[in-house]
Ligand binder design. Structure first.
Ligand code: GUN
Ligand code: ZN
Length: 494
């Protein structure tokens, strides 16, 4: 039972024929030409979604368009290959056709190659980067962002569970999913790993909204069979079956993938974690998404619930839930030897959520120590415990979390984590994260001088690193001039 309040329940036969689903990307490639696949998927979901993407927007995606601006993208991790890790083209041209990157190069040489019929959009004075990646966020919690005064367990009981209850209503869930995705886009985030709620309705609503925008999104139904209000509980059997149905319905459709999503060890029984591990074994290309070692009371609670396990991470490891497609949010208080070794050995990913860790008073994520040790790390906003959907604001707080531990988070590293690093952490770097030819054209147009203060700061000094640092410390949605998803403009400030 969650200390200080709430409550609290064999596994069903697995009979799936989806073993061939090796990776979502492979499924998509093998099945059908992309536009046709998308249209069929949209038809399956409903006419409203179909009309949202076809017509003018689909036409825009097909045509060749070139964007003139400064261009920055990463080819590797700047922590290991500093100067060669990125390409910065001060006067560049990004060429996009049929939703994919054709090339990113200097304006002068690229414009000569451009077909006469292509559009050229002039963003001179702005900076184009790949869209941001948010590796941990809860869409049903946007409405309780900035809720006062509690730490993790009390905060969940007081604010989160009552809010998540509302997402059993499909219209409500759809409206909120739509709002959430449009806020992500305004903030320059084009890919996210997202918690829904325990009710499959919330997942269907989310995927329908993401499909209509043709976004690359990963989400899943929360598994939670104990230590939460009865109105939010599933069972090992129902959680398994509902997750299975959702995987079959959504995993690999359009640009969507499924994440098996046990909320955290305290709200799942051993039987439920075992069922989650079985699902993962049945669908190796699905993700695992959960929370880990965020708060000291939570860790003590896990120890009391699972005395037979070596520690918190060992609970997940024991049930087959660690691995390269497993993303663990927080990991603020890992055992520096045993647990860090398991994270590294299993190639599991940690989502660093600084605004959340500070807001809930959870602690300081040992960013540099973990990264230098070789852990895979991504950035997460963790809204509603996180205080902003902006990855720029997340970098701002991340920098300070590092500073408080006498550690560094450089601007190059920050922008790498926000783009290619995030894509690599989600095993999506063959699809998104930089501007190599053939990648999906998710990109943003940043305005480094969007505010009077950033303009004053940058009018004096203009090295790339200074510009990136000012963006990551002062930036937010005001700096996102425009956001393109698979080559289609989804947002532009006047
Ligand atoms: N641990 C379990 N559930 C949650 C949640 O919704 N948010 C955060 N930050 N931590 C959790
Ligand atoms: Zn979270």
């Amino acid at each position: 039972m969650i200390p200080g309040s709430c409550i609290a329940k064999a596994t069903s036969q697995i009979n799936n024929n989806n073993h061939q689903k090796s990776t979502p990307s492979k499924i998509t490639r093998k099945r059908l030409p992309k536009p046709l696949q998308l249209v069929l998927a949209l038809q399956a979901v409903g006419l409203a979604a179909l009309t949202a993407f076809t017509g003018a927007k689909a036409e825009q995606a097909k045509r060749e368009t070139a964007y003139r601006a400064s261009i920055l993208h990463f080819l590797s991790d700047p922590a290991t290959t500093k100067d060669k890790s990125y390409e910065y083209i001060k006067d560049g041209l990004l060429i996009v056709r049929d939703g994919q990157i054709v090339s990113a190069g200097p304006y002068k040489s690229s414009i000569a190659k451009l077909a006469k019929t292509s559009n050229v959009v002039n963003y001179s004075g702005y900076l184009i980067t790949p869209g941001f990646v948010d590796a941990h966020v809860h869409y049903p919690q946007v409405e309780i962002i900035a809720s006062y005064g509690e730490q993790l367990i009390e905060w969940l009981n007081t604010y989160v569970f009552p809010a998540e209850r509302k997402y059993s209503n499909s219209q409500y869930a759809r409206e909120k999913a739509e709002f959430f995705l449009s806020q992500l886009i305004k903030n320059g985030t084009t890919t996210a790993l997202v918690f829904a709620t325990v009710d499959p309705t919330s997942v269907n609503a989310f995927f329908e909204a993401a499909l209509a925008k043709n976004m690359r999104m990963i989400a899943g139904k929360v598994l939670m069979d104990r230590n939460a209000p009865a109105y939010l509980l599933d069972t090992p059997e129902s959680g398994y079956q509902e997750s299975l149905n959702l995987i079959k319905k959504w995993h690999g459709v359009g640009r969507l993938s499924y994440a098996i999503t046990p909320r955290f060890a305290p709200t799942s029984s051993p039987a439920q974690l075992q069922a989650a591990g079985r699902l993962k074994a049945e669908f190796p290309s699905a993700y695992v998404h959960t929370h880990l070692s965020e708060n000291k009371n939570e860790i003590a609670w896990v120890k009391s619930l699972f005395p037979e396990r070596k520690g918190y991470l060992d609970v997940y490891h024991h049930y087959g839930l660690t691995g390269p497609r497993s993303i663990f949010a927080h990991a603020v208080h890992l055992d520096p030897k045993d647990e860090v070794n398991t994270i590294i050995k299993t190639k599991s990913v940690l989502a660093f959520c600084p605004t959340s860790n500070l807001f809930l008073g959870s602690g300081l994520f040992p960013f540099r120590t973990l990264r230098d040790a070789g852990a895979r790390i991504a950035l997460g906003t963790d809204v509603g415990a996180g205080t902003s959907l902006s990855i720029l604001a997340t970098l701002n707080e991340g920098y300070k979390v590092a500073q408080l531990q006498q550690q560094k988070l450089s601007p190059l590293e920050g922008f790498y984590l926000a783009t290619l690093g995030g894509a690599q952490s989600l095993s999506l770097a063959d699809r998104i994260g930089n501007f190599l030819p053939g990648k999906e054209a998710d990109f943003i147009v940043l305005d480094p001088k969007a505010t009077a203060i950033s303009k004053l700061r940058l009018d004096k000094s203009q090295t790339l690193e200074e510009m990136l640092f000012a963006l990551m410390i002062l930036g937010d949605d005001r700096n996102i001039k425009a956001t393109y998803v698979a080559g289609v403009k989804q947002h532009e400030q006047p």
